[in-house]
Write a new protein. Sequence first.
Length: 243
Amino acid sequence: MKKMMRLDKILVNMGYGSRKEVKELVKKGEVKINNEYAKQASIKVDAYLDIIEVRGEVLEYREFIYLMLNKPKGYISATEDDYHKTVIELIDEDYLHFKPYPVGRLDIDTTGLLILTNDGDLTHKLISPKSGIIKKYHAEIDGRVTEKEIEIFKNGIYLAEEDYTTLPAKLEILKRGQMSTVHVFIQEGKYHQVKRMFESVGMKVVELKRLSMGEIELDVDLGEGEYRELNRSEMEWIQKIME
Ligand code: URA
């Protein structure tokens, strides 16, 4: 890949400081391009092909990051908030200069898979109902879920506030009883969608956890509040849906 960019922009994007600070780095002779000291911070270099060294360490340029977080309760899916903790507070300093943000929202009391990225095109793709990407949730329901609800979910549920009927959703019953355990598969991500779908059949969601989005499944090794970068096969799926 070829990408001509100003050296100072590359260094800022990769977290080496503000524009002023990286200019200073270059001035002090701490940056080399293809083994030669960089003379000016404003020169254009190829972010991927030229060898950029900062204090003797070769910089691996990348523009985007893709993280999978197992969201705990008590955090909101936003980058800033005056009252609540945000999921960004769970992310290490090393990633923050990429300015990641959550793809879509999980409610404050919902746990599970949340993707964070700074790639706007991917965000759009993943949350657009047109893409038909299935989100799978595990839910504990106060109520007896039966074949009747399976049928209602399949036919779509009218959400009056938005004057919108949900796309066909799949419901799998894992445990039947006064309290039921289910898997729910939906294609959109309307506000409180799963909770509102159950409300419309007179039931309450008491626990909700997202297990997957398309082919990206929550890594069972991630404890709540832990995250990791998407791995190669997950990135291959991302590339496939972006084609
Ligand atoms: N549906 C909900 O009701 N809440 C979520 O957090 C996600 C889907």
